[in-house]
Structures are given as C-alpha cells and as structure tokens.
Write a protein of this length. Structure first.
Length: 118
C-alpha cells in the first residue's frame, strides 16, 4: 500500500483510540464493547505505524530512530493506561483523559518534527 494510505489509516485509528478511551472513561454504561474495540484499534495503530516505517525506509532489522522508539513507548503507555484508568480512576477521569491526550499530543509532535533522527 502507498505511504498515504498507511498515514490515513494510522490517523483514523489514533482518532478512534482516543474516542474509545474517552467513551470508556466517561460513559456510565457497560463499556465492554468499547474496551474491546479500543484494544483492537490500538493494535491497528501499531500495524499501520509499522507500515509507515517500511514506507519511510526504516529497516526492521537495523536500529530505529530515537523518535520512533519514543513513539512506541508512548503508545505502550497509552494503551496500558487507558483501560486501567477507566476501571480504577473513575473519580479522576478528567485528569486521566488529560494524561492520555498529553501522550497523544507528544506522539503527534514526534511524528511531525522527527527530532533525534538517526
């Protein structure tokens, strides 16, 4: 697939992940469906990101640029934090969602400016 398709899919999946995280944090109804969907979408973010890396010419066998390593670390933190926050931090949901948005914002900044390249 072309670079643009991977990029569009990656952006769509990130928007769906943030939306799913918001629903699981703020909805008072049973959010099992949204938790499952958010987990699936988080995996698809990873797949689309790997496709983007391939299209950018980043080899999976050689060392990755530091900004990509940072984005993967942020992705892991966000994916682990969102469901835990939805279950255990109901009283602090605004703070938890702000943290998720902050993580996503840093990841977006890393993708746009690509500091620490090579």
């Amino acid at each position: 697939m072309p670079y643009e398709v991977y990029k569009l899919l990656h952006i769509i999946f990130v928007v769906l992940f943030v939306s799913g995280a918001a629903i699981t944090l703020y909805a008072d109804l049973n959010t099992k469906f949204w938790k499952i969907l958010t987990g699936i979408v988080s995996f698809l973010i990873f797949v689309a990101g790997m496709g983007l890396m391939a299209r950018l010419g980043v080899s999976h066998t050689e060392g990755w640029p530091t900004w990509i390593k940072a984005k993967i670390a942020i992705w892991l933190i966000a994916v682990a934090f969102a469901p835990i926050a939805a279950k255990r931090l109901r009283a602090h949901r605004n703070l938890a969602f702000g943290f998720v948005i902050s993580l996503v914002s840093v990841a977006i900044w890393l993708a746009i400016y690509q500091p620490m390249s090579a």
